[in-house]
Design a protein around this ligand. Sequence first.
Ligand code: NI
Length: 177
Amino acid sequence: MAVKAILKMGDPRLFEISKPVTAFDTPQLHELIEDMQHTMAALNGAGLAAPQIGIGLQVAIFGVTRNPRYPDAEEVPYTVLINPKITPLDQEMEEEWEGCLSIPGMRGLVPRYKHLRYQGYDPYGKVIERSVGGFHARVVQHECDHVQGILYPMRIRDMRNFGFNEVLFPGQLAQEE
Ligand code: NI
């Protein structure tokens, strides 16, 4: 159990497609998830994917609890999601600001599906299946992108909507995924 270093944008490992997990409930998988939990908590992130700590497996964690520092953030239940698959429920998209622990200090306006179903597994191999919308749907899409080797700037439609936190949102704290 440890806080791991986060790979930053520019590292080619962030652009690789991660492999699915084939063995559940193993000491190695539990250790990886513990490392990810400690790393995300230490950096106060909203989500983290295994490739961000250099592990090319389809494992993501995310969750947002009510935090007075981020009064506008919607709550998202803490989830470990393995081998995720996303199915949009309709074609409606919305643009919102996102940040990423691999791109510290920056934010971009990213289009995402508004409503989707996601499927995957928990660390014990139990199926997870949820239909979600809004910020929950956004966080899942961001983390699923990581295991496919995609970083959010690759989805920004207008690069004028990509910049530094302190310039875009002076005096505001920003959470990263
Ligand atoms: Ni990210």
